[in-house]
Design a protein around this ligand. Structure first.
Ligand code: ADP
Ligand code: MG
Length: 381
């Protein structure tokens, strides 16, 4: 992170620098489309994020400068004073959500910059929200706990950006810990740190640069399929509320009562929840080979059963297999975005070179490459 640049820009716009805060983006190793089925996810914070310099300015206004976009915004903190720029709405939203919880924030100046690629599925927006939620809580001694800080970020997306996201991204950004992933139970919101020390391996994301355009209508259809299967199961097992509560035997019982498509969708979800639990057990033993196999299993399931992959992502998965990558899968909801890859160090260079060359030759556009390390969550620098 470029602290000097943020300092320079802050000084240029506002005078003497204030305090510095950082919050990371995130990856999710395994557990996709499990959240709305009451299952688990396994995110971790990364070594890329948002860095902000912040200082109280003695007014009732926020003056903010986005270093990366080279844009300035000035706005008040009342509901009707929302700024026009979307990047500034994240800051405004966090301030409003804090106010709704009774927190008193005074006017401040801020400059910020980040190195999480925007819109690539690494949650640059959560990094931005968490940075300000954490910083304002600290600066104004608001006493808000970390869970509530994550919820403030999530509520900002819901109420000020219009993105109805779950809690995973903000949760991982706030709670991240070096050497660990976080197994989050999306039903109870209980969580557990799981060790992640892949010695001899690198984690790298390959961005297909395909935008998730199909995602929202397909997403709703997938949810409907899951609900339809639950409904069928409830005739025999009234205790089943979500696919989290189901197993393959229960699924077999309703085979003739649900569509072939709904059956496949539920099969994926039930297997995925189990794959994640198996991967966590393997991580505790340091068995990265099994973790990798589970990742390939997820890709296969997302591609063939849940049908949320695309040609580009399947291609990247095949290249990974061919190059000796031990685990690879599409990360995120699907239809575009990145694959996440667990790569033996000695095979890393050849994998990247082959993936970039072959992908570019086939699709006429270059994929982007983001190596990441698992790092700590929100903090003051
Ligand atoms: P992502 O998957 O990366 O979270 P989103 O579309 O949810 O993608 O969030 C991206 C938005 O977050 C951008 O349009 C911008 O408003 C804001 N943002 C993210 N990173 C930055 C940055 N470095 N500088 C300014 N705004 C940023
Ligand atoms: Mg986002």
């Amino acid at each position: 992170m470029n602290k000097d640049l943020v300092t320079d820009k802050f000084v240029e716009h506002f005078g003497e620098a204030g305090d510095f805060y950082f919050s990371p983006g995130r990856v999710n190793l395994i557990g996709e489309h499990t959240d709305y089925n009451g299952g688990f996810v396994l995110p971790g914070a990364i070594d890329k994020g948002m860095l902000a310099c912040i200082k109280v300015n003695g007014t009732d206004k926020i003056r903010a400068y986005s270093v990366d976009l080279n844009e300035y915004a000035e706005f008040g903190m009342k509901e009707e004073e929302a700024p026009a720029q979307s990047w500034a709405r994240y800051i405004f939203g966090v301030v409003r959500e804090i106010a709704k919880r009774g927190g008193v924030v005074k006017g401040f100046d801020t400059a910020f910059s980040g190195d999480v690629p925007l819109g690539a599925g690494l949650s640059s927006s959560a990094a931005l929200e968490s940075t300000y939620a954490f910083a304002l809580n600290d600066m104004f001694s608001l006493g808000i706990d970390k869970f509530e800080l994550a919820k403030i970020g999530q509520a900002t997306e819901h109420n000020y950006i219009g993105v109805k996201c779950g809690i995973m991204d903000q949760f991982a950004s706030v709670f991240g810990k070096t050497g660990h992933l976080i197994r989050l139970d999306c039903r109870s919101l209980e969580y557990e740190y799981v060790p992640f020390n892949p010695v001899g391996y690198k984690v790298v994301l390959i961005d297909s640069v395909v935008k998730h355009e199909l995602a929202s209508s397909a997403y709703n259809k997938r949810r409907e399929s899951c609900e339809a299967v639950v409904k069928a199961m409830q005739k025999r097992h009234p205790e089943v509320e979500l696919l989290r509560d189901a197993d393959m035997t229960m699924l077999a019982e309703v085979k003739d009562e649900v569509s072939a498509e709904d059956y496949m969708r539920a099969e994926y979800v039930i297997e995925e929840i189990q794959r994640l639990l198996d991967a966590c057990e393997a991580l505790k033993k340091g068995d990265y080979k099994t973790v990798g196999e589970k990742m390939y299993g997820t890709h296969e399931g997302m591609s063939k059963l849940y049908e949320v992959s695309c040609e580009e992502l399947d291609f990247l998965n095949d290249v990974a297999k061919k190059c000796g990558v031990i685990g690879s899968r599409v990360m995120g909801g699907g239809f575009g975005g990145c694959t996440i890859n667990l790569v033996p160090e000695e095979k890393y260079d050849a994998f990247i070179e082959t993936a970039v060359k072959e992908f570019t030759a086939k699709f006429g556009k270059e994929p982007k490459v983001y190596p990441v390390k698992i790092g700590d969550g929100s903090r003051k620098l």
